[in-house]
Design a protein around this ligand. Structure first.
Ligand code: ADP
Length: 786
């Protein structure tokens, strides 16, 4: 064959690849011994046996026992893990042949864990895994980075990605098994995944042609009783009462919401200027749908190992290495200062090798401590080992995150990783012998009455403390130094409240609807949010036209759910497409939903004046939304090689801008495939285009429509009063409108520190708000009409 036989000048494939492959195989052989010594190795046969006889397995074992890396490898060769061709009836009623199974999915709460675990397992299995890998048994999928090689048997993915896949593949036909790892983290997504898995294993199997889906739930710190009952066969009562859509019983409420949208959002407290309104929710009787009744917990198995309730259980005993723990004797008020001193005490006392992993609460703390450690390190006795500080938090670029995991290359140097709780579960940071835990973390808390989320710095739970401690003792025995007292640990909550119980459930409800749940109020959830919160979310989605009078997802709702964005931003996109400002809206949203804040905050008053001077040409008098638009457009006007300088000059985060450009491209592609965007905008660099004042107003009105609950009118003295609910709000100092007196404002975020602040603020007109609330024609007028 002419093509195959052709040699390309200068390349000799057989020579280039073979030694490399040999090295990979050798590395895998070397790891074999270590793997055989992991505590889980002893349970290999037991795990296989139990899953041959049962569809659900709860797997409990200490951190480092080998759950995440070994379990998928035990299972991918099992007889039930084969790709099969089945016949199904498609939507048009015709028979169709589809493939089911063959791949094992394993979910992770965070992207770093998904990627690093996939790479480790690939290494153990003797294959390579990087962005260019085309063939191999291991792959991964996280946002903006998916490697799915041919022949893939094991796929690590974030919880969000699995949910995203369910939009197109609700029966998870790709998979023979789903392993849910670190379930104790109880993110909103993992709670939804658990509900869907429960429906898939106990519900209608026709979608999978009768091929069972195996489910493995894993954690080191597991409340097993509850999970066992949750996944058990519903012998007594089915979750669903067939034919009864519990979301329709709100029909009347939903209908009346059409008439007075503002009531729903305001709890009946509308501002005087919009007239007195009655509140449909206030007069409702709260009729709860039947709660899912589940059978009594039972763990007994028959002689064949078949669990009576269908849920098998294995506890993997022991851990490979010990971790010694140390506590503070008395509480200290300043944990940052304590951390700094502890780091240096240990640095002097602990011999090399042995890196440190320090847990802090956020990026700011990490960057501050990094500077302090580096300053102190300069004053150390030069005979001591050198120090290399590596930050590790969510908004770092993937490469920068990876660097924290790599072994230090410099000789006679200790790596000190400063991490948020993204390093708390699943991961092994190579070289770490000592963990230092500040005992705090930032927790998102939703306040339903104010409709706002805030981040609170709080003591961690016992479950987190165990996980953090478990990041030591993974490659060798280790130490964990806790910057709190033993008594404080005894007082810790056992676990963090599940995210679904402390968030705005509108996201959860939209995700359920988009994945085919007609009856969200009766969807099986491990913890059920308050019925009032669920109803409010349904009504809000109705107000947004995401669901119709029967609670069925509309076209707009389908679109909203398909964007990797919070519901309200999805709403902006749908509205923007109508108002002919989609490209502009996407530019703004891409900036706002980037991983971290685009505008770096000046540290001193001096800095502030300088930044103001530099940003003069970017800052927009109408506020932050248009400032984001200008920023992105000025950024993409620059040639690639000048962008970093441009960012530095304007004190803008180059990393955040790069992410914004990726999000923008992803949104363009999604909108194009939905045919709301005619063609993809030309590629960068693009000349800067200043929007016309009327276009600016159209864009702002579009945002007002989606964020009407976050509008406020001037109340005097720097104070604004929210149009709905009448709560006080101030413009946050980070806004370009800080200190300005305006008729009305729109803010996209709400934080509560010393007082209630609106962030990302824009100047709007009171009549636009009125229009958005009352469906007033004024708001719908074409730009330029008076
Ligand atoms: P578990 O899920 O039970 O916490 P893992 O399967 O993640 O355990 O890890 C088991 C062991 O495998 C770790 O203790 C460590 O020794 C090794 N290991 C896992 N991932 C890596 C990695 N990326 N680099 C080096 N060693 C690793």
């Amino acid at each position: 064959n002419g093509v195959m036989g052709k040699t390309i000048k200068g390349t000799n494939h057989s020579k280039a690849i073979l030694p490399n492959q040999k090295a990979i195989h050798r590395a895998a052989e070397d790891l074999k011994k270590a793997r055989a010594e992991l505590p889980i190795a002893r349970s290999k046969m037991d795990i296989r046996q139990k899953l041959r006889r049962n569809d659900v397995l709860l797997l409990n074992g200490e951190t480092g026992s080998g759950k995440s890396t070994q379990t998928p490898q035990f299972l991918y060769t099992e007889p039930w893990c084969k790709k099969q061709l089945i016949k199904i009836q498609n939507k048009d009623g015709r028979a169709e042949e589809v493939a089911v199974g063959g791949v094992i999915a394993i979910t992770q709460p965070r992207r770093v864990a998904a990627i690093t675990l996939a790479q480790r397992v690939a290494r153990e299995m003797g294959c390579t895994l990087d962005r260019s890998t085309k063939q191999g048994e291991v792959g991964y999928a996280v946002r903006f980075d998916t490697v799915v090689p041919r022949g893939m048997k094991i796929k690590f993915l974030t919880e969000g990605m699995l949910l995203q896949e369910m939009l197109n593949d609700p029966y998870l036909r790709q998979y023979s098994a789903v392993i849910v790892d670190e379930i104790h983290e109880r993110s909103m997504d993992v709670d939804l995944i658990s509900g869907f898995l429960r429906l898939l294993i106990h519900g209608d199997k026709r979608g999978r042609g009768g091929v069972p889906l195996k489910v493995i739930i894993m954690s080191a710190t597991l409340d097993l009783g509850g999970l066992k009952t949750f996944f058990a066969k519903p012998e007594t009562k089915p979750d669903y009462e067939p034919g009864k859509n519990h979301d329709v019983f709100r029909k009347e409420a939903i209908k009346s919401s059409k008439k007075s949208k503002e009531d729903i959002l305001s709890d009946g407290k509308a501002p005087a200027r919009f007239g007195k309104l009655k509140g449909p929710l206030a007069n409702e009787t709260k009729s709860l749908p039947p709660k899912v009744e589940l059978p009594e917990e039972s763990s007994s198995e028959d002689d064949e190992g078949v669990a009576k309730n269908g849920v098998a259980y294995i506890h993997v005993k022991g851990r490979q290495y010990t971790v010694k723990t140390y506590y503070d004797e008395k509480p200290t008020p300043d944990y940052l200062d304590n951390m700094l001193k502890t780091v240096f005490q240990l640095h002097v006392a602990e011999p090399l090798p042995g890196d440190f992993l320090c847990f802090l609460t956020g990026q700011d703390e990490i960057e501050t401590l990094k500077i302090q450690i580096e300053e102190w390190a300069l004053k150390l006795n030069p005979k001591l080992p050198k120090i290399k500080v590596m930050p590790l938090y969510g908004s770092l670029s993937p490469d920068a995150q990876q660097a924290a995991f790599d072994k230090v290359k410099e000789r006679y140097t200790r790596k000190i990783v400063l991490a948020t709780n993204i390093a708390e579960t699943s991961v092994t940071v190579s070289g770490v012998h000592v963990v230092i835990d500040c005992g705090k973390s930032k927790v998102k808390q939703y306040r339903p009455r104010l409709g706002m989320e805030s981040l609170l710095n709080r003591p961690i739970s016992l479950v987190s403390a165990i996980q953090r401690q478990g990041r030591a003792g993974r490659e060798i025995s280790g130490k964990c130094v806790k910057l709190y007292t033993k008594e404080a640990e005894e007082k810790m909550e056992h676990d963090e409240k599940p995210e679904i119980m402390r968030s705005d459930v509108i996201e959860a409800v939209l995700k359920m609807k988009a994945r085919g749940v007609d009856d969200v109020l009766n969807f099986p959830l491990m913890d059920r949010p308050d019925i009032v919160a669920m109803e409010k979310a349904l009504l809000q989605l109705h107000v947004m036209d995401a669901i119709d009078d029967n609670g069925i997802l509309t076209d707009a709702g389908k679109k909203m759910a398909s964007y990797p964005l919070p519901a309200a931003y999805g709403r902006v996109i749908v509205e923007a497409a109508k108002n002919d400002c989609l490209v502009e809206a996407i530019d703004v949203i891409a900036c706002i939903t980037s991983d971290s804040e685009i505008f770096l905050q000046p540290k001193s008053e001096e800095d502030r004046l300088e930044v103001e001077e530099h940003r003069k040409l970017i800052n927009h008098p109408k506020g932050d939304i248009l400032t984001y638009l200008t920023t992105l457009r000025k950024y993409v006007q620059e040639e690639q090689q000048n962008r970093l300088d441009w960012c530095k000059q304007h004190m803008i985060s180059s990393r955040a801008m790069k992410m914004a450009v990726m999000i923008r491209r992803q949104l363009h592609q999604t909108c194009k495939s939905q045919k709301i965007l005619k063609e993809l905008p030309p590629s960068d660099p693009q000349p800067f285009k200043e929007p016309l004042p009327t276009q600016e107003d159209t864009l702002l009105k579009t945002f007002v429509k989606a964020f009407v609950s976050k509008t406020a009118l001037m109340g005097g003295d720097g104070l604004y009063v929210t149009t709905l609910g009448r709560n006080p709000v101030y413009i946050h100092p980070s806004s370009v409108l800080y200190g300005r007196k305006l008729e009305a404002v729109l803010f996209l975020e709400h934080v509560f520190t010393m007082k209630s602040y609106g962030k990302k603020v824009s100047a709007v007109q009171a009549n636009w708000i009125e229009g958005a609330l009352l469906g007033n024609r004024d708001c719908e007028k074409e730009p330029g009409e008076s």
